[in-house]
Ligand binder design. Structure first.
Ligand code: SAM
Ligand code: SF4
Ligand code: SF4
Length: 339
């Protein structure tokens, strides 16, 4: 279905995909995202009143869908399932006319408890993050000693509930690059699409360094040597993962190469933080406060005008600029902006 209104940014990119972070809290402390030494007991997480309520999220989502052309919504965080009654929000969002797809990114721990209710509420797809099949190593990466089985149980629960499941693996050189093949084999046999994500310089806490990036080209070569793969067409314009299929089979993998092969030219995503700030790039240094207008009785027409002008003025293309010259900007943390 074509959206009723489409707004194009400075580089002629439409807005199609809204990522909504529902909390900045998480039960993990992944070293590349929320390192425990920084996100400790005294870290100033958002307080209840600072979070957008489900009513406020729904209201904004309606404006995005009806007046800006958003077709897909992804719920993320922090860990989204740490937010109370998440199926209630999914239910509200799935009833917005014009929303074609609702997905969620999660670490999977709470899926055995919630997968069924989420599916009933209208969730279609989940991306579940898992970076290793080795317990000791995974426990170190997630910073909380959580076992691999805990996440595998979440994956099984999501599939059993009828959700479409994909797996996300962040690959960092020296951390888990030797797990690429075991993970690829495991999820090929399981029949779930595995997507490799290059370690990215989101925020300023994860000690990112270009040398630690294990690039797409290398990931593909490693897999191809053991299990031949071939490139396949994207499902749609703006798909973040480049797709590959195992030769002679139906199973596929994807690689998200934000660092080595930027895809800003087709980027149609905006991100709404849990506190109601809108970011037009994952690597943004600052966002646009929407909570104040929401809470100061602005009309839907005024909100529409504000959002349209923000998207209209958007000039972000950080990943392209990064490859042109390494930048040292102050950026928003992943757990805040939403992955
Ligand atoms: N907590 C949920 C999870 O881990 O799936 C959702 C939020 S998390 C920020 C969203 C995605 O971002 C996850 O797949 C995670 O692995 C990925 N991510 C976090 N930090 C990253 C980084 N520095 N580079 C690449 N991917 C990262
Ligand atoms: Fe939590 Fe997800 Fe970040 Fe890991 S990647 S610390 S699970 S928000
Ligand atoms: Fe989109 Fe920013 Fe990523 Fe480029 S760097 S693809 S503009 S989120």
């Amino acid at each position: 279905m074509q959206p009723t209104t489409t707004v194009y940014d400075y580089f002629n990119r439409p807005l199609r995909d809204l990522r909504i972070s529902v909390t900045d809290k998480c039960n993990f402390r992944c070293t590349y995202c929320m390192p425990a030494e920084i996100f400790g007991p005294d870290y100033p997480f958002l307080k209840r009143g600072e979070l957008l309520s489900y009513e406020e999220i729904e209201r904004l989502a309606k404006v995005f869908v009806h007046s800006l052309g958003v077709q897909k919504i992804r719920i993320t965080g922090g860990e989204p399932l740490m937010r109370k009654d998440l199926p209630t929000l999914i239910n509200r969002l799935s009833q917005i006319k014009g929303v074609e797809d609702i997905a969620m990114t999660t670490n999977g721990v709470f899926l055995p408890k919630y997968a069924h209710a989420l599916k009933e509420a209208g969730l279609k797809r989940v991306s579940i993050s898992l970076d290793s099949l080795n317990d000791e190593q995974f426990g170190k990466i997630n910073g909380r000693g959580v076992s691999v089985k805990t996440v595998l149980d979440g994956i099984d629960a999501a599939a059993a509930a009828g959700l479409n499941v994909k797996i996300n693996m962040v690959v960092k050189r020296g951390m888990n690059d030797h797990e690429i093949i075991p993970m690829a084999k495991y999820f090929r046999d399981k029949g779930h699409i595995l997507r490799f994500i290059e370690f990215m310089d989101v925020g300023n806490s994860n000690k990112w360094n270009l040398q630690d990036v294990y690039p797409k080209k290398q990931i593909i070569e490693d897999i191809h040597q053991v299990m031949p793969i071939e490139a396949i067409e994207p499902n749609y314009t703006g798909e973040v993962a480049t797709r590959y299929r195992y030769v002679g089979a139906d199973e596929e993998i994807g690689v998200i190469s934000s660092v080595s092969d930027a895809f800003c030219s087709t980027c149609n995503r905006a991100r709404l933080s849990a506190s109601g700030t809108l970011y037009t790039c994952l690597f943004a240094s600052k966002g646009h406060d929407l909570r104040t207008p929401l809470r100061s009785n602005q009309s839907n027409e005024e909100l529409t005008e504000l959002l349209q002008s923000i998207w209209h003025d958007r000039k972000d293309r950080y990943s392209v600029e990064r490859s042109e010259s390494i930048t040292n900007r102050t950026k928003i943390e992943m757990s805040h902006i939403g992955g």
